[in-house]
Design a protein around this ligand. Structure first.
Ligand code: KIV
Ligand code: NA
Length: 279
């Protein structure tokens, strides 16, 4: 498979071919996404919850993102890989944002970075793209701002909210973003915004009118402990947690019951050696 590049993504967008994106947080999850043919892989800061067991994304550090990006890059051969700038690594100034983006590219080895925010992030997006690092923007529901937004709530339900989503999307395009994630906005709003932009929209909980879709890998795989809250857009395409649990339980019962390991799982010693050894 050929490597997915920015021009390849732009061409997909022009011919209205939906762009596929999936998160990955380590080597195996990146390898699976890449081999299954994802156009883009996202090292999302959602790795806080899915890989590190944290409550939300606020405690993830740039060092964490660099470490996980490196492992993802060992598994991603053809996908275009984007890594999240974590909370606290870009909001202070365009200079801070560029320094953090450079670390994700130089040390994390990813192709592009993502940051949350619209109009207020224009300076950051200009600065990073000016240095030759592609930026994917993220507007609508921006989880790093959950406390200011009053929780994980759909954005752009009112006319004023929808206008804000559109203005934010236009601002990030003007600032140089190559695409924009639209999270948790009504399908009508996402479709209208998509039609008004020249760059692709990557939707999550934003309906089928976007230029592409992104999901959190463990959510679509069904690879999370029972009880994890899932928003309605998180379609479960598999039951990997169930499969893993069944396999581990089978291993446990075979060890406890004495049926594993069987002779075919052991290394025999030549009979003469055994006789000699037993003396
Ligand atoms: O961190 C993440 O997984 C994301 C996607 C949900 C877009 O930002
Ligand atoms: Na994220």
């Amino acid at each position: 498979r050929k490597k997915t590049t920015l021009p390849a993504l732009a061409a997909m967008h022009r011919r209205r071919e939906p762009i596929t994106m999936l998160t990955a947080h380590d080597f195996p999850s990146a390898h699976a996404a890449d081999q299954a043919g994802m156009d883009m892989v996202l090292v999302g800061d959602s790795l806080a919850m899915v890989a590190l067991g944290m409550e939300d994304t606020s405690a993830v550090t740039l060092d964490d993102m660099v470490l996980h990006s490196r492992s993802v890059m060992r598994g991603a051969r053809a996908a275009f890989v984007v890594a999240d700038l974590p909370m606290g690594s870009y909001e202070v100034s365009p200079e801070q944002a560029l320094q953090s983006a450079i670390r994700l590219v130089k040390e994390g080895r990813v192709h592009a970075v993502k940051l949350e925010g619209g109009r207020e992030m224009e300076g950051q997006i200009r600065k990073i793209t000016g240095a030759g690092i592609p930026v994917l923007a993220h507007v609508g529901l921006t989880p790093q701002r959950q406390n200011a937004l009053g929780g994980f709530r759909v954005q752009g339900k009112s006319v004023a909210g929808a206008v804000k989503v559109l203005q934010d999307a236009r601002a990030v395009e003007a600032a140089g973003a190559f695409g924009v994630v639209l999270e948790a906005v009504p399908a009508e709003v996402a479709e209208l915004v998509t039609g008004k932009l020249g760059i692709p929209t990557i939707g999550i909980g934003a309906g089928a009118g976007c230029s592409g879709q992104v999901l959190v890998q463990v959510d679509m795989l069904g690879y999370y402990p029972p009880g994890r809250f899932l928003p309605k857009f998180a379609k479960r395409f598999g039951d990997v947690w169930g499969e893993a649990t069944r396999a581990i339980e089978a291993y446990k019962s075979e060890v406890k019951g004495g049926t594993y390991p069987a002779p075919e799982h052991t290394y025999p010693m030549p009979k003469e050696e055994v006789a000699e050894f037993e003396k």
